[in-house]
Design a protein around this ligand. Structure first.
Ligand SMILES: Nc1ncnc2c1ncn2[C@@H]1O[C@H](COP(=O)(O)OP(=O)(O)OP(=O)(O)O)[C@@H](O)[C@H]1O
Ligand SMILES: [Mg+2]
Length: 304
């Protein structure tokens, strides 16, 4: 459904070295599947996601969606092709001086739905899918974070896209609301067969939702595996970043200033200070925590 072939994106900045945010990425996302993309801040996840709908045009490489090579289209054809691709942004990107319903209607206007009644009908339908009909006439400032995120999902779904690109859709949400939002994404994937690409730095999100995982570091996809591997006992990601992301949990060293020597031998051994041993969690603890989250996620359906 989505095919990225040797995609690279370099940002040129005056007075600075050009920065390669996405570096020769090739990725195939099958129709109807949920692809997770995980990595630390600055790894290039958002840029890669924006490469898929050419919101950020790659410097080189090809992007195809549903058999159409987007990188070969002129502007008008690209605008039409983009109607098949919904996007949920990092942060919610709602228009503050428009009501919830008007926010959703606006995306339909952009997608070329000319008839106002048709737009209102489809906006209402999209709000219904994420159970937020009762907030249709309020403004974004009056919504909680989870409600804003559901409106953002409704807005992306209103145009009935075949592909839904999600950039950190739950990073601002508490664990329970996260589970609820992920449940909606799972539902639209199953019910409408929408292909979903979700960018996150949380392995929990990947584990709950994704079919396949791509791990990014320094602009590259350094590792790919089926998400089912995450449930397999003894699964050990190949790369150090994959291992770190799997060992969720934060352990701080609070033993006093002496222990803060950032250049301890153990810490120096890795390329990234983020992999310092204090942060790592044993496999067992990690599994307990993950199963707690899974239980939460399991109950999400009940709150709908
Ligand atoms: N428009 C831009 N101009 C210049 N540099 C950019 C631009 N967009 C992103 N970058 C740089 O590209 C790199 C990758 O950024 P990107 O936003 O893709 O990372 P990310 O993995 O999504 O991070 P986060 O988890 O913090 O959202 C970063 O070093 C960033 O500073
Ligand atoms: Mg990002």
């Amino acid at each position: 459904m989505i095919s990225l072939s040797h995609v690279s994106t370099t940002f040129a900045a005056r007075g600075h070295e050009p920065l390669t945010a996405v570096d020769d990425v090739s990725l195939e996302v099958p129709r109807g599947s949920i692809q997770g993309i995980i990595g630390f801040s600055g790894a290039g996840k958002s840029t890669l996601l924006r490469n898929i709908n050419l919101l950020e045009r790659p410097t080189s490489g090809q992007v195809s969606v549903a058999g159409t090579e987007l990188t070969g289209l002129d502007d008008a054809a690209l605008r039409r092709a983009r109607h098949q691709i919904g996007m949920i942004f990092q942060g919610f990107n709602l228009v503050n001086n428009l009501s919830v319903a008007q926010n959703v209607e606006l995306s339909l206007k952009f997608a070329g739905v000319k008839d106002r009644r048709e737009r209102l009908r489809r906006a209402a339908e999209a709000l219904e899918i994420v159970d937020i009909t009762d907030k249709a006439s309020v403004y974004p400032a009056q919504l909680s974070g989870g409600q804003k995120q559901r409106v953002a999902i409704a807005r992306a779904l209103a145009t009935k896209p075949e592909v839904l690109l999600c950039d950190e859709p739950t990073s601002a949400l508490d664990p329970f609301t996260t589970a609820t939002v992920l449940q909606y994404l799972a539902d639209v994937n199953r019910e409408f067969g929408i292909t979903v690409v979700i960018v996150t730095h949380e392995m929990e999100v990947i584990k709950a939702l994704a079919d396949n995982v791509a791990v990014m570091e320094d602009g590259r996809v350094v590792e790919e595996f089926p998400a089912s591997e995450l449930r397999r006992e003894g699964f050990n990601p190949r790369t150090s970043i994959g291992k770190y992301l799997l060992s969720d949990g934060i352990r701080l060293d609070r033993s006093g200033p002496a222990a803060h020597g950032s250049e301890s031998g153990e810490q120096k051994s890795g390329q990234s200070t983020r992999r310092s041993p204090q942060h790592a969690e044993s496999q067992d603890q990690g599994q307990t925590r993950r199963s707690e989250h899974a239980a939460l996620a399991g109950s999400a359906g009940g709150v709908r």
